[in-house]
Ligand binder design. Structure first.
Ligand code: SF4
Length: 251
């Protein structure tokens, strides 16, 4: 059983919390609620319609610190002209610059090129599934490696970023800060929550929920599918709006 010695509560006070997941919490029901919500309300992007590892990796590299709406035309252009690792590895840098320049992503050209060349040289053009192999690629950190393993290979990976740790922190009413997305504790908790049977659907829905419902400043708990499982939501519902607002900005 997962053991977390002591997390800081949203109020700022340290509270003993031996196991955030030990609360009366039907994990599978929570997963079902989230995945069902995602199927009805989730966003649609071209990279979600494929499990091809190259397409998934390309999308994740382009999405890093860039808005999804901005990435859609770039992703489609690169994919059309360079549909696989060998063609991307052989692409003239000028041509890649031309595609990515307008979006201010020039710095990602060298990265993409080096990544494709490394995959071609070390893995025969096949994108690796193994975590350490993925992490050995230029420009691939834990977020991109986890996303590729989940979205391309359906591995039950926890996807930690600012948004998913915000939702997780609120679920268990624990303090979140800038380093939480690198926290092994958050990783362990989120890893236990991920639906092992539907990791892609779970993580897509979690990302979408963070973007549309469990937003940074004004979470919409009244329409949230996770409300029955959420300690923060339970404390906010029924409270005056101004008091709710102050509370959520602390997370
Ligand atoms: S109930 Fe509210 S705080 Fe909890 S996950 Fe949903 S939107 Fe976020």
């Amino acid at each position: 059983m997962l053991y977390v010695r002591c997390w800081r509560a949203e109020s700022g006070a340290s509270v003993p919390m031996n196991d955030p997941l030990a609360h009366s919490f039907d994990r599978q029901r929570m997963r079902d609620s989230l995945v069902e919500w995602g199927a009805a309300e989730g966003r649609h992007f071209p990279w979600r319609e494929t499990q091809h590892p190259y397409a998934v990796l390309l999308a994740e590299v382009l999405l890093h610190r860039t808005r999804a709406s901005q990435v859609v035309p770039l992703y489609l252009s690169v994919l059309e002209r360079y549909p696989d690792i060998p063609s991307l590895a052989a692409a003239p840098l000028d041509a890649l610059h031309t595609i990515l320049h307008a979006a201010g992503l020039r710095w990602r050209v060298d990265l993409l090129h080096a990544m494709a060349a490394t995959i071609q040289e070390r893995f025969g053009g096949t994108i690796p599934r193994d975590l350490d192999d993925l992490l050995s690629l230029p420009g691939v950190g834990h977020y991109i490696a986890g996303a590729v393993r989940c979205f391309a290979f359906a591995e039950p990976e926890a996807i930690l970023d600012t948004n998913t740790v915000r939702v997780t922190g609120r679920l268990f009413r624990v303090h979140v800060n800038d380093s939480s997305r690198r926290s092994p504790r958050f990783k362990k908790v989120l890893q236990v929550l991920v639906d092992p049977e539907r990791p892609r659907e779970f993580n897509f829905a979690l990302l979408d929920l963070a973007a549309a419902v469990c937003t940074p400043r004004e979470p919409r708990c009244d329409v949230c599918p996770l409300l029955p499982f959420c300690q923060t939501g339970a404390s906010r519902i029924g409270r005056p709006r101004d008091r709710r607002s102050r509370q959520t900005t602390r997370v």
